[in-house]
Structure formats: structure tokens, C-alpha cells
Design a protein around this ligand. Structure first.
Ligand code: ADP
Ligand code: MG
Length: 267
């Protein structure tokens, strides 16, 4: 029994997956996906660290935390504070966050001449071995912050909004991923593409899905995130969808997505 426990514990320690939720387009559902996926994956036995890497700090405020706090991921990247000083526990057991605020916008400039500036996040996360998952909420740009996320991650998850210009920019994103893979992080891999804000009443949503399938095939998650007002409301209460309305369509979709993610990560 005791030995079993120890073995289980050690297994837990060995397996960690870092997922960057990224798309340089704003408003496609990155933060909503990062927050709710992190929440659903987390439990006492499966601690999850959510990393807010967007100067807008939406993941931070979305979990009900004050954006005026210090230190944040800015200090982490500048190496003026360590991970253990920055990490905050949330109301949800097993869910932790590295918060961010508008200070983070200066990091791109402040790190211009820094040595190995693409690896600041990767180095810092080296001291976060107790987390089973680390989910990084990326900013809507392909600059140094996103490069840090891609250099640190094992897998990337791309949310794509079901809208007319959905595919625009995806080529550029994939080219960036390829460059990072060649130069900075050879083990970076696409975890999957998830269609968000899907509205089954519009043929447009179906068209976007068909188009995505042509390009990404089985990398597309079977789970589709519907347009759901409960998902949009939750952050204004500082809550995840599971605390806000656990029976909503949005909650059920993110629960399903978390299942698929777990399967892909372990399969
Ligand atoms: P990003 O992080 O890519 O900028 P967000 O996750 O912040 O995108 O989503 C953009 C806006 O759309 C937010 O106001 C969010 O609450 C809302 N939103 C996200 N996903 C959904 C959804 N499935 N249904 C309805 N509203 C959504
Ligand atoms: Mg966001």
C-alpha cells in the first residue's frame, strides 16, 4: 500500500506536460480555453499551473485575482523573482496560477539584449516539477513572449474561432512553430486544433470546420466549443465555467475537451 503510494507519487512526478495555448489572433478563445482546460484537468492529485503570459492579464482577472499584484510573470522573465514567490493558489483545489498584468508588455523591450532571452520561461518552469500540467495562456502576437511559450512547451493547442477569417494567420503561426522546432525546441509538437464559438445554426461554422479538416485532419479535436453566453459571463465573476454554471453547454464542452487532451497526452 505504502509502496504503491510512493510509486504512484513518483510516476506523477515524472510525467509533466506543458501546453501552450496559442494563436496570434485576439478574441479566438485562448484565455477561455486555457482557464477552463486548466481547471478541468486540475485536482488535488493532479496539480495544474496556469501561466498568464498575456499583458492583458485576462486569465488572472478571470480567476478572480487582482491584476495589481506583484510579482508576476514579468518579474519571472526578468529573473527578479523566482517561481515559488510568484505562484498563487486559486479557490479551486489543485489549480495554481502565475499571474500577469500590463507590466508584462515591457518584457519584450527589456529582454532585447538579454542572453538566451527565448529560454527565460523554460528555465523558470524547470523549478515547477510538482505540476502534472502547465498550461500557458499566450498573448495575441508572435513576439518574444509567445516564443518563450513555444520554447518551453511540449505541445501546442490552437483555438480557432468559427468565423470567416478563421484560417487567416494560421500559416504564419505554423511557420513560427516550425522555426522554433528547428532552432529552439526540437520536441515541440502540435497537440491539436479546437474550434471555438461554434454556432450550429450558421453554415459558416460548418464551412470553417470543413476547411480546418482539410488542413489539420485528425489533429482537430472532436470536441467543438459552442458559442455559449455562460462562458462569456464567467470571467466577470472571477469564476471558471465549472463554478459559474457546471451544467451549461460550455462547461460540458470543456469537460469533454479535457478528456480528449488527457487521452492525446497519454496516448
Ligand atoms: P483570446 O484569449 O483569444 O483573446 P478570449 O478567450 O478572451 O479570447 O475570448 C474572447 C471573448 O469571447 C471573451 O469575451 C470571451 O469571454 C468570449 N468567449 C470565448 N469563448 C466563448 C464561447 N465559446 N462562447 C461565447 N463567448 C466566448
Ligand atoms: Mg486572451
Amino acid at each position: 500500500m505504502v509502496v504503491d503510494d510512493i510509486l504512484h507519487f513518483e510516476e506523477g512526478l515524472m510525467k509533466q506536460t506543458i501546453i501552450a495555448v496559442t494563436n496570434q489572433k485576439g478574441g479566438v478563445g485562448k484565455t477561455t480555453t486555457a482557464v477552463n482546460l486548466a481547471a478541468q484537468l486540475s485536482s488535488d492529485k493532479t496539480p495544474v499551473l496556469l501561466v498568464d503570459l498575456d499583458p492583458q492579464g485576462n486569465a488572472t482577472s478571470g480567476l478572480g485575482l487582482d491584476k495589481n499584484i506583484k510579482p508576476t510573470t514579468y518579474e519571472l522573465l526578468l529573473e527578479s523573482a523566482g517561481l515559488k514567490e510568484i505562484v498563487l493558489a486559486t479557490d479551486r483545489p489543485g489549480l495554481y496560477i502565475l499571474p500577469a498584468n500590463s507590466n508584462l508588455a515591457a518584457a519584450e523591450v527589456d529582454l532585447v539584449e538579454a542572453e538566451r532571452r527565448e529560454f527565460r520561461l523554460k528555465n523558470a518552469l524547470g523549478t515547477a516539477e510538482e505540476f502534472s500540467y502547465i498550461i500557458i495562456d499566450c498573448p495575441p502576437a508572435l513576439g518574444l513572449l509567445t516564443i518563450n511559450a513555444l520554447a518551453a512547451a511540449d505541445r501546442i493547442l490552437i483555438p480557432v474561432q468559427a468565423e470567416y477569417y478563421a484560417m487567416e494567420g494560421l500559416g504564419q503561426l505554423l511557420a513560427t512553430v516550425q522555426r522554433v522546432k528547428q532552432g529552439l525546441n526540437t520536441s515541440l509538437d502540435l497537440l491539436g486544433v479546437v474550434l471555438t464559438m461554434f454556432d450550429k445554426r450558421t453554415s459558416l461554422s460548418e464551412q470553417v470546420m470543413d476547411e480546418l479538416k482539410k488542413h489539420f485532419d485528425d489533429k482537430i479535436f472532436k470536441t467543438v466549443i459552442p458559442r455559449n453566453v455562460r462562458l462569456a459571463e464567467a470571467p466577470s465573476f472571477g469564476k471558471t465555467i465549472f463554478e459559474h454554471d457546471r451544467w451549461s453547454k460550455g462547461a460540458r464542452a470543456y469537460k469533454q475537451l479535457a478528456k480528449e487532451v488527457t487521452k492525446r497526452v497519454n496516448g
